[in-house]
Ligand binder design. Structure first.
Ligand SMILES: *Cc1c(COP(=O)(O)O)cnc(C)c1O
Length: 449
């Protein structure tokens, strides 16, 4: 006999995909002519096209929303800015001003954080590839070292013999959170006992200050409950450490990975409808921690290393139409001066593309190409778009995460980056590259001179 299905209460969610009118679904695209009251045409006139723009206002508002979500639910909360998400000095310094520590994953980023004036004991050093020199410096600086694997653990114990300072360490833990594929390549696994084994080796060595437990369960995680599962497992480890060693850890670091509101390719509904809010993530994480058996007198500080969800909305990419072409299939296409080499995330997001000036209301299903001489240089395979002329401007929204760090120099210079401050003044925060800045790193052997 067929088993009766469990009743699930219906949920009504607002869909923002559009409302049909008498012509069908509205596909009229509204122009975006200004960012924070600054005219896009003025920005392009001053800094060239294409050009990246960062809104300080949006950075601040998003940060305050995120902080509010966690600090209203948990007594001690500390954010650490994930450098690799966007390590422009202006961006990092803004987050440090707002109170964020630094989260770095290489020696390069570690030194960048130091030169941005971050106190060394407020730098979290993650990642699988830390050199012995990096580790020694981090130990002497009292930075927080998050151990990724056993080789690194043994290296730290060895280095601890050579310096006065006790290394301040945490371990990165990976676990089954119910979201697959599991990110089990970083850190020590919870279920197979590696995490507990690493903790025991460190605690019994008496050579380190065992500060905390860290996880970073993935990126663009679209469900809050996965974080609840992860937090529960870290809390279990904290309780085991209390019981066995009578030691209280100082913090639990839940990493990053919160989804921004971008829409993944192939998604049925826009990301604005499907991605959890900061409140959703905060609810899952803090429920797990306050409901755990951790001694309430010694609640660990909750660290968060969210990157993408903080900066994505603050970033814009402005560009210009190079030309239009009717494809042999009859399809409309347009060519922009924005290639996938500077908009890396176009490989997995359907980015929002808008005209930067008023256009006809008539749109046609259009393929949007970049300027590179490469077939894969496609910004959007298909979107309803008006016919725009050579030299007219476009805006791509929500691109603040990863593009300004993962971009590739290819065929031409990488563009300038501009920050709009809260008074609506623009500041150049990275110059457009020049032939010199690129060729500077090259050497020509004598016999080819
Ligand atoms: C990349 C990274 C982050 C930030 O991830 P987002 O997905 O951008 O939030 C945080 N912590 C660690 C260890 C990372 O590697």
């Amino acid at each position: 006999m067929m088993k009766k299905k469990i009743f699930e209460k219906p949920i009504i969610t607002k869909i923002n995909a559009g409302v049909p009118d008498k012509f069908g679904m509205q596909n009229q695209i509204k122009a975006i002519t200004h960012i924070d009251q600054v005219a896009i045409k003025d920005i392009i006139a001053e800094y060239g096209s294409p050009v990246f723009v960062i809104s300080e206002q949006t950075m601040e508002e998003t940060y305050e929303t995120a902080l509010q979500a966690f600090s209203t639910r948990y007594p001690k909360v500390q954010f650490a800015w994930s450098y690799k998400t966007n390590y422009l000095n202006a961006v990092c310094r803004k987050y440090h001003q707002l109170g964020s520590w630094a989260e770095v994953v290489s020696g390069f980023e570690y030194h960048k954080a130091l030169s941005n004036g971050v106190e060394p004991n407020k730098i979290i050093f993650n990642g699988p590839d830390k050199s012995d020199e990096d580790l020694l410096l981090a130990i002497e600086n009292k930075s927080l070292i998050h151990i990724d694997h056993f080789e690194e653990l043994y290296t730290i114990l060895k280095l601890a013999n050579t310096t006065e300072n006790k290394p301040k360490v945490a371990i990165r833990v990976n676990m089954d959170t119910g979201v697959y594929p599991m990110w089990d390549r970083f850190g020590f696994n919870y279920e197979n006992g590696d995490a507990w084994n690493a903790i025991n080796r460190l605690m019994l060595s008496k050579k380190v200050d065992f500060m905390g437990l860290h996880t970073h369960i993935g990126t663009y995680i679209m469900v809050g409950w996965a974080y609840g599962n992860a937090a529960k497992k870290l809390a279990d480890l904290a309780v085991k450490i209390e019981k066995k060693f009578n030691h209280y850890i100082k913090y639990i670091d839940m990493g990053g990975g919160f989804a921004s509101k971008n829409t993944l390719k192939g998604a049925f509904l826009p990301g604005t409808d499907t991605c959890p809010s900061f409140d959703d993530y905060a609810e899952s994480i803090t429920n797990a921690l306050i409901g755990s058996d951790i001694n309430p007198e010694h609640m660990p500080t909750l660290f968060l290393e969210t990157g993408r969800a903080l900066i994505d909305d603050a970033g814009y990419l402005l560009g210009s139409i190079i030309g239009n072409k009717r494809l042999t299939s009859g399809r409309a296409s347009t060519i922009l001066d924005i290639g996938v080499n500077i908009l890396f995330t176009s490989f997995w997001y359907d980015h929002l593309l808008y005209p930067a000036e008023e256009t006809s209301n008539y749109t046609e299903d259009t393929t949007v190409y970049g300027p590179l001489c490469m077939n894969i240089d496609v910004i959007r395979e298909s979107l309803p778009f008006p016919n725009m002329k050579k030299g007219q401007h476009v805006v791509i929204k929500r691109i603040g995460a990863y593009n300004m760090t993962q971009w590739m120099q290819f065929i031409t210079h990488r563009p300038a980056i501009v920050m709009i401050d809260k008074e609506g003044k623009t500041h150049l925060v990275r110059k457009r590259e020049t032939n010199e800045s690129i060729v500077n790193e090259e050497l020509v052997p004598d016999y080819l001179q």
